[in-house]
Design a protein around this ligand. Sequence first.
Ligand code: GDP
Length: 297
Amino acid sequence: MAFDSLSEKLQNVFKNLRGKGRLTEADVKAALKEVKLALLEADVSFKVVKQFIKAVEARAVGTDVMESLTPGQMVIKIVNEEMVNLMGSETTEIKLRPSNEITVIMMTGLQGAGKTTTAAKLAGKFKIKGRKVLLTACDVYRPAAIKQLQVNGEKQGVEVFSMGDQHKPVDIAKAAMEHAKKQGMSVVILDTAGRLHIDEAMMEELQEIKANVHVDYSILVVDSMTGQDAVNVATTFSEKVGIDGVILTKLDGDTRGGAALSIRAVTGKPILYVGMGEKLSDLEQFYPDRMASRILG
Ligand code: GDP
């Protein structure tokens, strides 16, 4: 299970806290120091850890907590609440336009992050809601990506629009919009091209699509296993292209949890969904409170 080592460390800290009848300020500070170390080891961004500990300490060190009947429990409750806050408090959903209009979703991210897979996963979610979805292959640099989208689209029973790899992504996106209008479709998902690293040409390509097609949601797909790198990627995309939300993939293999805990606080953008496996059904809505419970045990 994801976050095992972070969970284990935090549970140990909590066990010590619970075991004490009374708590002194020094006890709480010592416990928070352990929490801090556990978060840093989990690859949570240093700035985020500092802010988090400060927020917890401001609420946990004080007579209200210390003199309560169960001070240990109170501190644990505060850690839990602040962790939920860190991840955005509430679930953010993708709001689709009414079915007689087209909602455009642009998938962005580095190569290998899971864009193509996630595009198909999302298409399935909207199809279940009764929407006519068009998956669009704008990744013209990785020929396998077009094929992959076609295969996944077929599995989901969703049409895939492709013009091969000889056209500009922006032209493919525009043509897909025309097609979707003619066919009375209500969701267009654009699978764009990633690169191995942040790259100017990629950013320009995405900006160009945004300038020519009314994109309702730019979604950044990041690999949670890359930890703070994922957070840095999110910051750059947020600045250069503008993003409306993040999907964290490969959480099933993420043993540390740093990206999940940092990305919202660093970018201010919500985590919309999490990828929990390679199968097309492995995409879950992101609930900050459930995630905090999973981490804190
Ligand atoms: P793209 O280059 O961003 O389009 O990435 P792909 O969609 O091709 O995904 C890269 C690899 O990651 C593929 O092998 C996917 O099956 C895998 N993948 C994507 N999402 C997940 C996930 O949530 N969990 C796991 N375990 N693998 C994933």
